[in-house]
Design a protein around this ligand. Structure first.
Ligand SMILES: Cc1cc2nc3c(=O)[nH]c(=O)nc-3n(C[C@H](O)[C@H](O)[C@H](O)COP(=O)(O)O)c2cc1C
Length: 371
Protein backbone atom coordinates (compact mmCIF):
# COMPACT_ATOMS: atom_id res chain seq x y z
CA UNK A 1 0.00 0.00 0.00
CA UNK A 2 1.15 3.49 -0.80
CA UNK A 3 0.22 6.87 0.64
CA UNK A 4 -0.26 8.21 -2.84
CA UNK A 5 -2.54 5.68 -4.52
CA UNK A 6 -6.19 5.64 -5.45
CA UNK A 7 -8.51 3.89 -3.01
CA UNK A 8 -12.24 3.57 -2.64
CA UNK A 9 -14.45 3.96 0.41
CA UNK A 10 -18.06 3.10 -0.46
CA UNK A 11 -18.98 5.76 -3.12
CA UNK A 12 -15.78 7.82 -2.80
CA UNK A 13 -12.63 7.56 -4.87
CA UNK A 14 -9.69 9.13 -3.07
CA UNK A 15 -6.54 9.85 -5.07
CA UNK A 16 -4.38 9.42 -1.95
CA UNK A 17 -4.68 8.57 1.73
CA UNK A 18 -4.26 12.07 3.16
CA UNK A 19 -7.44 13.80 4.33
CA UNK A 20 -7.99 17.36 5.51
CA UNK A 21 -9.37 17.07 9.06
CA UNK A 22 -12.29 19.35 10.00
CA UNK A 23 -11.24 22.92 10.67
CA UNK A 24 -13.67 25.66 11.68
CA UNK A 25 -12.63 28.92 10.00
CA UNK A 26 -14.94 31.42 11.78
CA UNK A 27 -15.77 32.82 8.35
CA UNK A 28 -19.48 32.04 7.85
CA UNK A 29 -21.91 34.88 8.52
CA UNK A 30 -24.06 35.14 11.66
CA UNK A 31 -26.68 32.74 10.25
CA UNK A 32 -24.08 30.22 9.07
CA UNK A 33 -24.19 31.32 5.43
CA UNK A 34 -21.13 30.58 3.31
CA UNK A 35 -19.12 33.72 2.57
CA UNK A 36 -16.80 34.46 -0.40
CA UNK A 37 -13.78 33.89 1.90
CA UNK A 38 -14.98 30.36 2.68
CA UNK A 39 -15.45 29.48 -0.99
CA UNK A 40 -11.90 30.68 -1.53
CA UNK A 41 -10.52 28.60 1.36
CA UNK A 42 -12.08 25.40 0.02
CA UNK A 43 -11.12 26.17 -3.57
CA UNK A 44 -7.48 26.57 -2.58
CA UNK A 45 -7.55 23.37 -0.51
CA UNK A 46 -9.17 21.40 -3.32
CA UNK A 47 -6.28 22.34 -5.63
CA UNK A 48 -3.67 21.31 -3.08
CA UNK A 49 -3.66 17.57 -3.64
CA UNK A 50 -5.50 16.14 -0.58
CA UNK A 51 -7.40 12.87 -1.05
CA UNK A 52 -10.52 14.31 0.59
CA UNK A 53 -11.59 17.40 2.50
CA UNK A 54 -13.69 17.37 5.66
CA UNK A 55 -15.32 20.77 6.19
CA UNK A 56 -15.28 22.63 9.48
CA UNK A 57 -18.13 21.69 11.78
CA UNK A 58 -21.58 22.77 10.63
CA UNK A 59 -24.73 23.41 12.61
CA UNK A 60 -27.66 21.05 12.30
CA UNK A 61 -29.92 23.14 14.55
CA UNK A 62 -30.38 26.93 14.36
CA UNK A 63 -30.82 26.99 18.14
CA UNK A 64 -27.45 25.45 18.90
CA UNK A 65 -24.29 27.23 17.90
CA UNK A 66 -21.06 26.05 19.51
CA UNK A 67 -19.00 28.82 17.93
CA UNK A 68 -19.54 31.97 15.88
CA UNK A 69 -18.73 31.82 12.18
CA UNK A 70 -19.71 28.16 11.75
CA UNK A 71 -21.39 27.07 8.55
CA UNK A 72 -25.03 26.00 8.81
CA UNK A 73 -27.00 23.27 7.11
CA UNK A 74 -30.04 23.44 9.37
CA UNK A 75 -32.69 24.05 6.70
CA UNK A 76 -33.23 23.48 3.00
CA UNK A 77 -32.34 27.05 2.08
CA UNK A 78 -28.67 26.07 2.64
CA UNK A 79 -28.62 23.40 -0.09
CA UNK A 80 -27.80 25.73 -3.00
CA UNK A 81 -24.85 27.45 -1.34
CA UNK A 82 -23.39 24.11 -0.24
CA UNK A 83 -23.88 22.81 -3.80
CA UNK A 84 -21.81 25.76 -5.03
CA UNK A 85 -19.07 24.87 -2.52
CA UNK A 86 -19.14 21.17 -3.46
CA UNK A 87 -19.06 21.98 -7.19
CA UNK A 88 -15.95 24.15 -6.74
CA UNK A 89 -14.17 21.38 -4.82
CA UNK A 90 -15.28 18.62 -7.22
CA UNK A 91 -14.18 20.67 -10.24
CA UNK A 92 -10.64 20.16 -8.91
CA UNK A 93 -11.16 16.41 -8.56
CA UNK A 94 -11.37 16.36 -4.75
CA UNK A 95 -14.09 14.58 -2.75
CA UNK A 96 -15.62 16.42 0.21
CA UNK A 97 -17.36 15.41 3.42
CA UNK A 98 -19.28 17.80 5.65
CA UNK A 99 -18.81 17.60 9.40
CA UNK A 100 -22.08 17.85 11.33
CA UNK A 101 -22.08 18.93 14.95
CA UNK A 102 -24.31 19.71 17.87
CA UNK A 103 -22.51 21.56 20.65
CA UNK A 104 -24.80 21.51 23.69
CA UNK A 105 -22.88 22.71 26.74
CA UNK A 106 -19.76 23.24 24.59
CA UNK A 107 -21.34 26.44 23.34
CA UNK A 108 -18.79 29.23 23.17
CA UNK A 109 -21.03 31.54 21.19
CA UNK A 110 -21.78 34.76 23.15
CA UNK A 111 -25.33 35.02 21.73
CA UNK A 112 -26.25 31.45 22.70
CA UNK A 113 -25.10 31.27 26.33
CA UNK A 114 -28.69 31.54 27.57
CA UNK A 115 -30.24 29.20 24.98
CA UNK A 116 -31.69 25.87 26.11
CA UNK A 117 -28.89 23.48 25.17
CA UNK A 118 -29.24 19.73 25.18
CA UNK A 119 -27.08 17.29 27.11
CA UNK A 120 -27.28 13.63 28.04
CA UNK A 121 -27.59 14.74 31.70
CA UNK A 122 -27.79 18.10 33.46
CA UNK A 123 -24.10 18.08 34.39
CA UNK A 124 -22.20 21.38 34.44
CA UNK A 125 -19.56 21.69 31.74
CA UNK A 126 -16.35 22.46 33.67
CA UNK A 127 -14.96 24.52 30.79
CA UNK A 128 -17.90 26.70 29.73
CA UNK A 129 -19.81 26.60 33.02
CA UNK A 130 -23.00 25.73 31.11
CA UNK A 131 -25.42 23.17 32.54
CA UNK A 132 -27.42 21.62 29.68
CA UNK A 133 -31.00 20.38 29.78
CA UNK A 134 -31.18 16.60 30.22
CA UNK A 135 -32.68 15.28 27.02
CA UNK A 136 -35.94 13.38 27.21
CA UNK A 137 -36.70 10.64 24.65
CA UNK A 138 -38.47 13.15 22.36
CA UNK A 139 -35.39 15.42 22.46
CA UNK A 140 -33.20 12.46 21.44
CA UNK A 141 -35.54 11.64 18.57
CA UNK A 142 -35.53 15.33 17.58
CA UNK A 143 -31.72 15.33 17.53
CA UNK A 144 -31.62 12.18 15.40
CA UNK A 145 -34.03 13.86 12.98
CA UNK A 146 -31.90 17.03 12.83
CA UNK A 147 -28.74 15.05 12.00
CA UNK A 148 -30.68 12.98 9.44
CA UNK A 149 -32.20 16.03 7.74
CA UNK A 150 -28.79 17.71 7.61
CA UNK A 151 -27.29 14.57 6.04
CA UNK A 152 -30.07 14.47 3.44
CA UNK A 153 -29.39 18.11 2.57
CA UNK A 154 -25.68 17.37 2.33
CA UNK A 155 -26.38 14.55 -0.09
CA UNK A 156 -28.64 16.83 -2.18
CA UNK A 157 -25.84 19.41 -2.26
CA UNK A 158 -23.53 16.76 -3.72
CA UNK A 159 -21.29 16.02 -0.73
CA UNK A 160 -19.63 12.60 -0.91
CA UNK A 161 -20.01 11.96 2.82
CA UNK A 162 -20.95 13.30 6.20
CA UNK A 163 -18.82 13.11 9.29
CA UNK A 164 -20.63 13.04 12.65
CA UNK A 165 -18.66 15.04 15.19
CA UNK A 166 -18.59 12.50 17.99
CA UNK A 167 -15.39 13.71 19.65
CA UNK A 168 -13.93 16.50 21.81
CA UNK A 169 -16.90 16.87 24.19
CA UNK A 170 -19.55 17.95 21.71
CA UNK A 171 -23.01 16.57 22.43
CA UNK A 172 -22.72 13.16 20.76
CA UNK A 173 -19.42 12.46 22.48
CA UNK A 174 -20.88 13.52 25.84
CA UNK A 175 -23.15 10.48 25.63
CA UNK A 176 -20.04 8.26 25.57
CA UNK A 177 -18.41 9.98 28.56
CA UNK A 178 -19.47 8.63 31.98
CA UNK A 179 -18.95 12.02 33.68
CA UNK A 180 -21.35 13.76 31.26
CA UNK A 181 -23.81 10.89 30.90
CA UNK A 182 -25.50 9.89 34.20
CA UNK A 183 -28.60 8.45 32.54
CA UNK A 184 -30.23 5.31 33.84
CA UNK A 185 -32.33 4.61 30.74
CA UNK A 186 -31.22 2.78 27.55
CA UNK A 187 -28.98 5.76 26.59
CA UNK A 188 -26.83 5.57 29.73
CA UNK A 189 -24.90 3.08 31.84
CA UNK A 190 -23.22 0.36 29.76
CA UNK A 191 -21.01 1.19 26.77
CA UNK A 192 -23.66 -0.33 24.54
CA UNK A 193 -26.26 2.06 25.98
CA UNK A 194 -23.96 5.09 25.82
CA UNK A 195 -23.28 4.36 22.13
CA UNK A 196 -26.98 3.99 21.31
CA UNK A 197 -27.48 7.59 20.14
CA UNK A 198 -24.71 7.08 17.53
CA UNK A 199 -26.39 3.87 16.36
CA UNK A 200 -29.76 5.66 16.13
CA UNK A 201 -28.23 8.52 14.08
CA UNK A 202 -26.22 6.23 11.78
CA UNK A 203 -29.17 3.94 11.08
CA UNK A 204 -31.53 6.86 10.51
CA UNK A 205 -29.04 8.61 8.18
CA UNK A 206 -28.38 5.39 6.26
CA UNK A 207 -32.11 4.86 5.76
CA UNK A 208 -32.45 8.43 4.45
CA UNK A 209 -29.39 8.58 2.16
CA UNK A 210 -29.33 5.01 0.84
CA UNK A 211 -26.34 2.79 0.15
CA UNK A 212 -24.38 5.12 -2.12
CA UNK A 213 -23.25 7.62 0.50
CA UNK A 214 -20.45 7.49 3.05
CA UNK A 215 -20.97 7.93 6.77
CA UNK A 216 -17.92 8.90 8.81
CA UNK A 217 -17.58 9.38 12.56
CA UNK A 218 -14.93 11.31 14.46
CA UNK A 219 -14.60 9.78 17.92
CA UNK A 220 -12.27 9.94 20.91
CA UNK A 221 -9.94 7.09 21.82
CA UNK A 222 -9.62 8.62 25.30
CA UNK A 223 -11.21 11.63 26.97
CA UNK A 224 -8.07 12.56 28.95
CA UNK A 225 -10.22 12.92 32.08
CA UNK A 226 -9.76 11.48 35.58
CA UNK A 227 -10.19 7.76 36.19
CA UNK A 228 -13.84 6.78 36.05
CA UNK A 229 -14.90 10.06 34.42
CA UNK A 230 -13.85 9.55 30.83
CA UNK A 231 -13.46 7.07 28.01
CA UNK A 232 -10.39 4.89 27.76
CA UNK A 233 -9.11 3.07 24.70
CA UNK A 234 -10.63 -0.24 25.83
CA UNK A 235 -14.06 1.45 25.71
CA UNK A 236 -13.25 3.15 22.41
CA UNK A 237 -12.50 -0.25 20.85
CA UNK A 238 -15.97 -1.48 21.85
CA UNK A 239 -17.55 1.73 20.55
CA UNK A 240 -15.70 1.46 17.23
CA UNK A 241 -17.02 -2.10 16.79
CA UNK A 242 -20.54 -0.90 17.56
CA UNK A 243 -20.28 1.94 15.02
CA UNK A 244 -18.97 -0.44 12.38
CA UNK A 245 -21.87 -2.80 13.04
CA UNK A 246 -24.33 0.12 12.85
CA UNK A 247 -23.08 1.03 9.37
CA UNK A 248 -20.30 3.62 9.72
CA UNK A 249 -17.83 3.47 6.81
CA UNK A 250 -14.82 5.35 8.13
CA UNK A 251 -13.70 6.34 11.65
CA UNK A 252 -11.39 9.25 12.43
CA UNK A 253 -9.78 8.75 15.82
CA UNK A 254 -9.22 11.79 18.00
CA UNK A 255 -8.93 12.35 21.74
CA UNK A 256 -9.71 14.82 24.58
CA UNK A 257 -13.06 15.82 26.02
CA UNK A 258 -12.89 19.60 26.18
CA UNK A 259 -15.67 19.82 28.80
CA UNK A 260 -13.24 18.58 31.47
CA UNK A 261 -11.95 22.02 32.47
CA UNK A 262 -8.39 20.74 32.20
CA UNK A 263 -7.60 22.91 29.17
CA UNK A 264 -6.36 19.97 27.07
CA UNK A 265 -6.80 20.22 23.30
CA UNK A 266 -6.85 17.61 20.53
CA UNK A 267 -4.55 20.02 18.68
CA UNK A 268 -1.27 19.58 20.62
CA UNK A 269 1.34 22.31 20.45
CA UNK A 270 5.15 22.19 20.15
CA UNK A 271 5.44 19.11 17.94
CA UNK A 272 9.15 19.87 17.53
CA UNK A 273 10.67 16.38 17.68
CA UNK A 274 9.95 13.38 15.44
CA UNK A 275 8.76 11.33 18.43
CA UNK A 276 6.06 13.92 19.22
CA UNK A 277 4.46 13.54 15.78
CA UNK A 278 1.39 11.39 15.06
CA UNK A 279 0.60 11.56 18.77
CA UNK A 280 -2.49 9.31 18.77
CA UNK A 281 -0.70 6.50 16.91
CA UNK A 282 -0.65 3.79 19.62
CA UNK A 283 -4.36 3.84 20.57
CA UNK A 284 -5.40 4.34 16.94
CA UNK A 285 -3.36 1.27 15.98
CA UNK A 286 -5.28 -0.76 18.57
CA UNK A 287 -8.64 0.43 17.26
CA UNK A 288 -7.59 -0.34 13.67
CA UNK A 289 -6.72 -3.90 14.78
CA UNK A 290 -10.20 -4.40 16.20
CA UNK A 291 -12.39 -3.39 13.23
CA UNK A 292 -12.55 -4.04 9.49
CA UNK A 293 -13.62 -0.56 8.37
CA UNK A 294 -10.80 1.87 7.56
CA UNK A 295 -9.40 4.00 10.35
CA UNK A 296 -7.99 7.51 10.02
CA UNK A 297 -5.02 8.49 12.19
CA UNK A 298 -5.34 12.12 13.28
CA UNK A 299 -3.19 14.55 15.26
CA UNK A 300 0.35 15.71 14.62
CA UNK A 301 0.88 13.97 11.29
CA UNK A 302 3.81 15.91 9.89
CA UNK A 303 6.20 13.60 8.02
CA UNK A 304 5.40 11.83 4.76
CA UNK A 305 7.91 9.00 5.20
CA UNK A 306 6.76 8.35 8.76
CA UNK A 307 3.15 8.08 7.55
CA UNK A 308 4.24 5.63 4.85
CA UNK A 309 5.95 3.54 7.56
CA UNK A 310 2.75 3.56 9.64
CA UNK A 311 0.81 2.45 6.57
CA UNK A 312 3.31 -0.37 6.01
CA UNK A 313 3.40 -1.53 9.62
CA UNK A 314 -0.16 -1.12 10.95
CA UNK A 315 -3.76 -1.52 9.86
CA UNK A 316 -4.27 2.27 9.76
CA UNK A 317 -5.36 3.18 6.23
CA UNK A 318 -5.77 6.97 6.17
CA UNK A 319 -4.18 10.06 7.75
CA UNK A 320 -5.81 13.40 8.47
CA UNK A 321 -4.27 16.80 9.03
CA UNK A 322 -5.71 20.17 9.98
CA UNK A 323 -3.14 22.83 10.95
CA UNK A 324 -0.43 21.95 8.38
CA UNK A 325 -3.01 22.36 5.60
CA UNK A 326 -4.14 25.71 7.00
CA UNK A 327 -0.51 26.78 6.80
CA UNK A 328 0.09 25.19 3.37
CA UNK A 329 -3.06 24.13 1.48
CA UNK A 330 -0.83 22.63 -1.23
CA UNK A 331 1.25 20.52 1.19
CA UNK A 332 0.21 17.20 -0.37
CA UNK A 333 1.26 18.37 -3.83
CA UNK A 334 4.61 19.42 -2.35
CA UNK A 335 4.97 15.93 -0.82
CA UNK A 336 4.13 14.35 -4.16
CA UNK A 337 7.09 16.23 -5.64
CA UNK A 338 9.39 15.62 -2.71
CA UNK A 339 8.62 13.08 0.02
CA UNK A 340 11.26 14.69 2.27
CA UNK A 341 9.60 18.11 2.20
CA UNK A 342 9.29 19.50 5.76
CA UNK A 343 5.93 21.22 6.44
CA UNK A 344 6.11 24.84 7.64
CA UNK A 345 3.50 24.38 10.40
CA UNK A 346 5.07 24.53 13.86
CA UNK A 347 1.82 23.59 15.68
CA UNK A 348 1.81 26.88 17.60
CA UNK A 349 -2.01 27.14 17.68
CA UNK A 350 -1.73 30.80 16.73
CA UNK A 351 -4.58 29.90 14.36
CA UNK A 352 -6.96 29.87 17.37
CA UNK A 353 -7.49 33.58 17.84
CA UNK A 354 -10.06 36.35 17.85
CA UNK A 355 -11.80 36.72 14.50
CA UNK A 356 -11.16 34.65 11.41
CA UNK A 357 -8.92 31.62 11.69
CA UNK A 358 -5.63 32.04 9.86
CA UNK A 359 -2.04 30.86 9.98
CA UNK A 360 0.49 33.20 11.59
CA UNK A 361 3.43 31.52 9.82
CA UNK A 362 1.77 31.98 6.43
CA UNK A 363 0.94 35.62 7.25
CA UNK A 364 4.52 36.38 8.40
CA UNK A 365 5.92 34.93 5.18
CA UNK A 366 3.46 36.96 3.12
CA UNK A 367 4.33 40.18 5.01
CA UNK A 368 8.08 39.55 4.63
CA UNK A 369 7.60 39.14 0.87
CA UNK A 370 5.78 42.47 0.75
CA UNK A 371 8.46 44.32 2.77
C1 LIG B 1 -8.48 26.42 14.27
C2 LIG B 1 -8.94 25.00 14.46
C3 LIG B 1 -10.27 24.67 14.18
C4 LIG B 1 -10.69 23.33 14.34
N1 LIG B 1 -11.98 23.01 14.01
C5 LIG B 1 -12.40 21.73 14.15
C6 LIG B 1 -13.72 21.35 13.75
O1 LIG B 1 -14.51 22.14 13.23
N2 LIG B 1 -14.09 20.07 13.98
C7 LIG B 1 -13.23 19.13 14.51
O2 LIG B 1 -13.61 17.97 14.66
N3 LIG B 1 -11.97 19.46 14.84
C8 LIG B 1 -11.54 20.72 14.66
N4 LIG B 1 -10.24 21.03 14.95
C9 LIG B 1 -9.31 19.95 15.35
C10 LIG B 1 -8.61 19.40 14.09
O3 LIG B 1 -9.53 18.76 13.24
C11 LIG B 1 -7.53 18.37 14.45
O4 LIG B 1 -8.18 17.34 15.13
C12 LIG B 1 -6.40 18.92 15.34
O5 LIG B 1 -6.01 20.21 14.89
C13 LIG B 1 -5.18 18.00 15.33
O6 LIG B 1 -4.72 17.74 14.03
P1 LIG B 1 -3.43 18.52 13.40
O7 LIG B 1 -2.25 18.21 14.29
O8 LIG B 1 -3.28 17.92 12.03
O9 LIG B 1 -3.77 19.96 13.39
C14 LIG B 1 -9.79 22.34 14.79
C15 LIG B 1 -8.45 22.70 15.05
C16 LIG B 1 -8.03 23.99 14.88
C17 LIG B 1 -6.58 24.32 15.13
Amino acid sequence: MKLIETTKVRNIKLSNRIIRSALWMNMADKDGRITPQLYQVYEELSKGGVGMIITGYSMVDPNDRPNPGMMGIYDDSFIDEHKKLVDIVHSNGTPISIQLAYGGSQTNHPDFQDAVLFGPSAVKNRTTGITPKEMCKEDIQHLVTMFTNAATRAQKAGYDAIELHGAHGYLLSQFLTPFCNRRTDEYGGSIENRSRIFVDVIKSVRKAVGEDFTIMVKMNHDDYMDEGEGLRVSHAIEIAKTLEYAGADLLEISGVNETSGKGFSPARTKINKPELQSYFLEPTKQIAEAVDIPIILMGGNRNFNHLQDILDETKIKYFSMARPLLCEPSLVNKWKDNANYKPLCVSCNGCYREGEVGCVIQEKRRNNKND
